[in-house]
Design a binder for this molecule. Sequence first.
Ligand SMILES: Nc1ncnc2c1ncn2[C@@H]1O[C@H](COP(=O)(O)OP(=O)(O)OP(=O)(O)O)[C@@H](O)[C@H]1O
Ligand SMILES: [Mg+2]
Length: 338
Amino acid sequence: MSAKTAAGDVLRVENLSVAVGDTPLVQQVDLRVPARSTVGLVGESGCGKSMTIMSISRLLPGTVRVDRASRILYDGVDLLGLSERQLEDIRGSQIGFVFQDPMTALNPVYRAESQIAQVLRRHEGMRSGPAKARARELLELVGIPEPGRTGKRFPHELSGGMRQRVVIAMAVAAGPRLLLADEPTTALDVTTQAQIIALLKSLQEQFGMAIVLVSHDLSLIAEASDTVSVMYAGRIVESGPADAVLSAPRHPYTAGLVRSMPTFATPRDRPMPEIPGRLPAPGDRPAGCLFRTRCEHEMPACATPPPVFQVGRQDVRCWLAEPAGAPDSGRHLIEEKA
Ligand SMILES: Nc1ncnc2c1ncn2[C@@H]1O[C@H](COP(=O)(O)OP(=O)(O)OP(=O)(O)O)[C@@H](O)[C@H]1O
Ligand SMILES: [Mg+2]
């Protein structure tokens, strides 16, 4: 059976919608995460990336509700149907987390190595001594110099990059099959960013993990991901293999993101082209296609919400991708959602 079949998916998010009161934040999101693969989720600030990740981990703020038609299948089991206790066992053991700010994951009053050891004791049933020893090994594995000495430090005594490495060590301590990384490098300088991404990729190999990597930075996503899902105003507007999405974006929003990516070819004295306009707030999204207020290709059809069409290797939520009528156009309507 190939990794492309449903059985090879560690995670499948189906029809995920989340809302605050009547205001939808995330609408009908689908994500497929094959075992050992990296899925990039990219989009502007406020488009709903963190809401999607927090739905998977069921760590949503109390006011935010997941629609009943949503399914979040981890290894075929719907996480939305589990008790808090069942979830606790999965979180931190089978699913690891790395967020933008390492301080949210670290307890300021415990030394680095104790925090890793706590994960091992909780999820692996290790006793104190072996857990400490293994914690030191993990610190070494995530590239912390002098793990014996550095492990004795408290979070505030470490640099941002070192803190994030400690969080990563905690996230992989129990050997999870899935790592959810929400903007794991956004708070770090560029050199450290590259090191952390390289570390995640190397740990992925060693542990055989799948990764969902969230970022607003398309170049970072492009580099690290096998497949990419592009999110705009709470919806996935385009998804497909990373190389296809990057080299031949089919949705005007993705095309705009690709154009605004820095390249070696971009002259330094010329400003980067940006997508004009602003992401509409959740309560202020237009009827029809959500991107039409900013789209240079807007046409009458856009007053109706576009379904998802398959174009080449991508799934695209845009009327421009509608089959032109030619039998060999290679475009197919694959899904119809209101
Ligand atoms: N607790 C909340 N109550 C109501 N709305 C919220 C809440 N938290 C976030 N939102 C709104 O939900 C939308 C999606 O937010 P989300 O945090 O998922 O965006 P994001 O894509 O992760 O952005 P960023 O790149 O800035 O992290 C935003 O418009 C945000 O203002
Ligand atoms: Mg976010």
